[in-house]
Write a protein that binds this ligand. Structure first.
Ligand code: FE2
Ligand code: FE2
Length: 241
């Protein structure tokens, strides 16, 4: 279902950030810029998350209002209108394939940049380590989703207990992912390359910023759309029995 974005929307500090992003995808870049994690901490309100980050909620609210008033907003597909099966296909086709590519390119660049710029005042070794940790975490994670979890969900072959355990394990991986992404944002000074940066450093920072944007959207979809949709589908089936 394609929906028109509502302009002039007034946001409130007491709203949960995951819901706000579902309603207005245009605000995701604003939240990222303010280092607000809507993928793993999406159930927190804007006020709670700003307090955690030490950010002014008024400044963030102001930026959010500006983002939804800008004229270049395009209609978008509301993921809440998709079936769980359609969502899983979308996640694999769009986010998993992108993730595999960007992780491999980023790790190659991080290794090269660390070697070429050894001695520079930049945390290039730690950046390379964090990129490696993300790859070591996420490649098996998406493989598990594609080979085991999503097929089992499509066939409804998991017990309620198994489903709860799988959702909890996923959320743990997602929280680790978001912590690593947040460390990368700090290490790269919000993805601003240093003055001495050559094309490899700029390329690496560009890849990492794209990795963050796509992965937060991916994790947000799984945590706040796919898993709740599956839970309510199961509840409906149980009630019919
Ligand atoms: Fe996934
Ligand atoms: Fe996942």
């Amino acid at each position: 279902m394609t929906v028109k974005l509502e302009t002039g929307r007034v946001f409130h500090r007491s709203e949960a950030i995951a819901e706000l992003v579902l309603e207005h995808s245009a605000i995701a870049p604003v939240l990222r810029r303010h280092r607000i994690d809507f993928s793993a901490k999406g159930s927190l309100t804007l006020e709670q998350v700003c307090e955690l980050n030490g950010t002014s909620v008024e400044v963030v609210l102001n930026d959010l209002h500006r983002a939804v008033q800008s004229p270049d907003q395009r209609p978008f597909t509301d993921p809440r209108a998709m079936s769980p099966a359609a969502l899983m296909f979308h996640i694999v086709a769009r986010h998993h394939s992108f993730l595999r590519d960007v992780l491999s390119v980023s790790e190659g660049l991080a290794i090269k940049v660390e070697r070429v710029h050894a001695g520079r005042e930049a945390p290039l070794t730690r950046i390379r380590e964090v990129v490696h940790s993300l790859r070591a975490l996420l490649e098996p994670h998406i493989e598990h989703e594609e080979v085991m979890l999503f097929p089992a969900l499509l066939e409804h072959s998991m017990s309620k207990e198994e489903l709860i355990a799988e959702a909890a394990a996923s959320k743990t991986d997602h929280a680790r992912t978001s912590a690593l992404l947040s460390e990368l944002r700090q290490l790269t000074n919000d993805y601003k390359p240093p003055e001495w940066a050559d094309s490899s450093v700029r390329g690496l920072y560009h890849q990492l910023e794209g990795l963050e944007a796509d992965t937060l959207e991916h994790v947000h979809l799984e945590n706040y759309v796919l898993f709740p949709a599956l839970a309510s589908q199961r509840k409906e089936t149980e009630e019919k029995r």
